[in-house]
Write a protein of this length. Structure first.
Length: 315
């Protein structure tokens, strides 16, 4: 099982760092448990209500929070079957949305725009993952906030750890670090695509439909990140010029499944660390098998822009 899966409680509060920091900087409000507050799609910067996964958020102590999510069976990333097990990236996107809600109501001021995820690690217990045959799965979340970095009175980085439960049973966890990125200040990256690209079938990379495919084969069998849908509503909302963390994770997952020949149900853990901006099209993807799964590199203009791992169930 992936090290982030199960038995991983939310991270303990960290110490703030940076200019004028003080140990154990509190969240924006240190009140005891509060009534849940509803989260709205426009308040956390989503493009549509259909993208919303988080229902409510409540404080349970000085550094801990609880939340409620609803995961629709007909989410764009889920299989179109009568009974589905939710796509693992739905947990990652829920964690990202929870962090956006935290920034707007519970964390010290971060300025604008919101901080971006630069590191993600998630794990699942496949024996406990909920299956949904109705309209949506109700999921409870325990949230811990740590490693707040404050500079000149502004929050510039923090870490969120979320443990997900269904019917009182934990089934997965996701840790995500947020920081201020400098994508606008980076030089233009060479995104010229090689000739004769061949996209694999969606089923070969654990995707539901052809527009969900992010990778393609170049000559000599090399893998390149070339999304079939450059404006994918979940993976690439708003047609970004660089790959967000969620898309890099999915590209790594697809590469691992393509090279291992296993099904999507075999994935029990994902992680990624972003080092620098990755162009939305044209980055090379180099997966390498290792014990328990795959490790992958993402390269653009000859330099590594991201690294990650995909943990698979042992046969």
């Amino acid at each position: 099982m992936h090290p982030m899966a199960m038995d991983t409680a939310p991270a303990a509060p960290g110490r703030s760092r940076g200019d004028g920091d003080r140990p154990g900087a509190p969240l924006a409000s240190d009140a005891e448990e509060q009534a849940p507050s509803l989260v709205t799609w426009d308040a956390i910067g989503l493009e549509t209500m259909a993208s919303m996964l988080v229902v409510s958020l409540r404080r349970r102590g000085s550094r801990c929070l609880g939340a409620r999510c609803q995961w629709p069976r007909l989410h764009p990333l889920n299989e179109r079957t009568t009974v589905v097990t939710h796509h693992p990236l739905i947990m990652v996107e829920s964690t990202r949305q929870l962090a956006l809600a935290l920034e707007r109501g519970h964390l010290p001021a971060t300025g604008a725009p919101p901080l971006e995820p630069v590191s993600v690690a998630m794990g699942l217990n496949p024996r406990a993952c909920p299956e949904e045959s109705g309209s949506a799965t109700d999921v409870a979340v325990r949230i811990g906030v740590s490693d707040l970095e404050i500079r000149a009175g502004t929050l510039v980085a923090y870490r969120v750890t979320a443990e997900y439960l269904h019917a009182g049973t934990p089934f997965g966890s996701c840790t995500m670090r947020f920081a201020r990125t400098a994508y606008a200040d980076t030089p233009h990256l060479d995104t010229r695509l090689p000739a004769a690209l061949l996209h694999p079938p969606a089923a070969a990379v654990g995707a539901v439909a052809e527009p969900d495919v992010l990778v393609a084969r170049a000559p000599q069998g090399r893998l390149v990140v070339v999304p079939r849908d450059p404006g994918h509503p979940v993976l690439l909302p708003g047609r970004p010029s660089v790959l967000p963390a969620l898309a890099v994770l999915e590209a790594g997952r697809q590469a691992a499944l393509l090279n291992s020949g296993t099904t999507a149900a075999a994935v029990v853990g994902l992680s990624v660390d972003l080092r620098s901006p990755t162009p939305a099209r044209g980055a090379r993807l180099e997966p390498a098998p290792e014990q328990g799964g795959f490790r992958f590199l993402v390269l653009a203009a000859g330099r590594v822009t991201a690294t990650g791992t995909v943990t698979l169930l042992r046969p």
